[in-house]
Write a protein that binds this ligand. Structure first.
Ligand code: SF4
Length: 235
């Protein structure tokens, strides 16, 4: 086993995440494998919200690979210039659309090697497409998953490759496809980088992070509890 967590704890964590969100989905707006692929390529160093704003107009103009392959980089760039690295992304999106048309009849291939041969598509993007578009149990380790896997002790590792390998080893098969989404959403909204909201974390009982933030410093609300210090102040 990669980490020090017992299989029982791993099972409990994913049972809990599954109970909280039984049908997890990507937050990238897409209508088919092609629009998903483009959205994921555009999402590098950008937020899903930002990508969704950019793809609204882009997908209206080019809803499939053939239409996108017919666009100039400048035309694609006009839709996506609010995103980081937009010039490079525009170039990649047009080039990958052309390759899809030339090699795959305009369809997104259900094949890791063929996906990774497309411009701008690396292992992480291929993992997302294989999971979301084709229902495979892949886990794309982004910054959120990397943090959650290390903090909790689920799959500690110094590199994304190590963490992916560790997660694939410990996550039970029945949770594999959902694990990708649960861990991203957990890292994005609860186990945040600067201040994890452990006081409202549904997996805190099994998490091995030594610096859990068990008290909210925010005003008490439906998802917060007062720290002892705050209780003393308001007494
Ligand atoms: S208890 Fe805290 S550190 Fe552990 S997973 Fe939950 S939010 Fe993250």
């Amino acid at each position: 086993m990669t980490g020090t967590m017992t299989p029982e704890s791993v099972e409990a964590i994913f049972a809990q995440l599954a109970a909280t969100n039984p049908a997890p989905e990507t937050e990238l707006v897409h209508r088919d494998p092609f629009t998903l692929l483009v959205a994921v390529v555009l999402s590098a160093q950008s937020t899903d919200v930002g990508v969704n704003k950019a793809t609204k107009g882009l997908f209206a103009e080019a809803p499939d690979a053939r239409a996108m392959a017919g666009m100039s980089e400048e035309a694609v760039g006009r839709h996506i210039r609010t995103l980081g690295l937009w010039r490079n992304k525009a170039k990649n999106v047009v080039a990958l659309a052309k390759l899809l048309v030339e090699r795959h009849g305009g369809q997104v291939p259900h094949d890791r090697a063929a996906l990774e041969a497309l411009p701008g598509v690396g292992r992480k993007t291929a993992n997302v497409v294989l999971n979301v578009a084709f229902g495979e149990g892949t886990i794309a380790v982004d910054t959120h998953i990397f943090r959650v896997a290390n903090r909790t002790g689920l799959a500690p590792g110094k590199t994304v490759e190590k963490v992916e390998e560790g997660l694939l080893e410990v996550v039970p098969d029945k949770y594999r496809q959902g694990a990708h989404h649960w861990l991203i959403l957990h890292g994005r909204y609860v186990c945040k980088a600067r201040r994890p909201e452990c006081w409202r974390c549904v997996i805190a009982a099994w998490c091995q992070f030594p610096d859990k933030q068990l008290y909210s410093k925010r005003p008490i609300g439906p998802d917060g509890v007062k720290s002892p210090e705050e209780s003393r102040r308001s007494a």
